[in-house]
Design a binder for this molecule. Sequence first.
Ligand code: ADP
Ligand code: ZN
Length: 529
Amino acid sequence: TSTEAGTDVADATQVLRRVFGYDSFRGEQQAIIEHVVAGGDALVLMPTGGGKSLCYQIPALVRPGVGVVVSPLIALMQDQVDALTAAGVRAGFLNSTQLPYERQLVESLFLAGELDLLYLAPERLRLESTMRLLDRGRVSLFAIDEAHCVSQWGHDFRPDYLGLSDLHERWPDVPRIALTATATEATHTEIATRLNLTEARHFVASFDRPNIQYRIVGKNDPKRQLLDLLGTEHKGDAGIVYCLSRASVDKTAEFLSANGFEAVPYHAGLDAGTRARNQARFLREDGLIVVATIAFGMGIDKPDVRFVAHLDLPKSVEGYYQETGRAGRDGLPSTAWLAYGLQDVVQQRKMIDTSEGDDAHRRKLGQHLNAMLALCETVECRRVQLLKYFGQQGQPCGNCDTCLNPAESWDGTVAAQKLLSAVYRLKRERNQKFGAGQVVDILLGKKTAKIIEHDHDALTVFGIGADLREQEWRAVVRQLLAQGLLAVEGDYGTLVLTEASGQVLSRQREVLLRREPERPVSKSSQAKA
Ligand code: ADP
Ligand code: ZN
């Protein structure tokens, strides 16, 4: 009845405040929670960081019985359970990393009804013994986290997820809520079908963050570019500056401090006390800048972060979205600014090549990087591209850098041919490989010491690229890398041809490139190094 529903809503809000310490629900959380508390099935698509966990944790606390959470992230279960326990929630997990007696303890807590949440790996839920255990206790709901793992076409397919389609048959009265952050329209429908969630209500959150202005610029003199941004647009604002390495975090924080900005570092190499202190200052103070590795941000909920700046290229669009998403939670205009250059591409390819894991894993990392590069090099609206990546549609926003300052595209076929043939000649005639710097110098016809030493001025390609400036050539290299028409390898980032390069050299394929819009470079601020 409606009175009961009313009580449930009050309960849910109380749990939100009392247990989790938040004032209000975010986005569609409340609607989702009400629906599940009332016993309905739900399919939730929400960006990472959007607050999916509460959507099943709160119903599990409000409904009688134990909420069973299926998650493939075994490595995170301990952390999740620790965080819940710290908040006073009775949580446990069952997975293969436990000793038998640890499992037995959790099982008896479950049977005694002394758990609110029980985390399970999908392969464990499929065991008949686990199902019998669940039969003997009382289950309040099933939450299926990372639900896209059921999609056979996705990157993260987990065969054990297919077995989850039987949950409904065995426990017809227990509501199910499936959640994911990565789903195109097609995977979304597939999830519903495969998990047998035909009656489920779909809650699709938009990935659009209209108050965030996305800007991606070429990296020339990153610290000074950052100083320009902060000095002209973000004086006295709180913000996060992300760097890839701990060393550059430390250096950048010092640099900003030396130039009159209040900035503190945050990375896993600092002792826990310093980290906690810097994080607490960021949350409490106005206008503090945190310079951090991506270790910073999980669970940070500061509404008035006015800018997120990346001095290095994020490894994936998901990461970029999540990190930039920490800006402007209060809905006020905020900036997401990224400086990226050739060196980022070289460095990340190298990291992928030398990463642990099998070829499939490396391929996946490569695909993530390519998607990120495509976002950087797009001539379309950044927001439209970003939404498209997450399977959503949007109109050109009129607020991102490509909308405000449209990048021209130009026919770069001839330039690409020149560059690729320089790489080809070096390999064919000299059996040599060089990095972008030397190849560009060859094209420009520069007689540097290194050119003379290697006798590169004798190559037929020497000086054939004098019609473009050095910076333009570097942009060409970057974009050919982004388009897969060129590749880098080895410790020194040497350039090599790809299969697709041949199509350009043989004129079977045209190359469209993005011309960086000319922007006046602000010379106002005087940087102290
Ligand atoms: P997701 O699983 O969608 O990636 P999480 O559930 O981990 O996101 O939530 C992301 C962060 O947002 C967490 O730190 C969480 O505590 C916080 N959060 C979630 N809901 C709220 C809310 N209603 N108010 C404030 N913070 C919230
Ligand atoms: Zn736009």
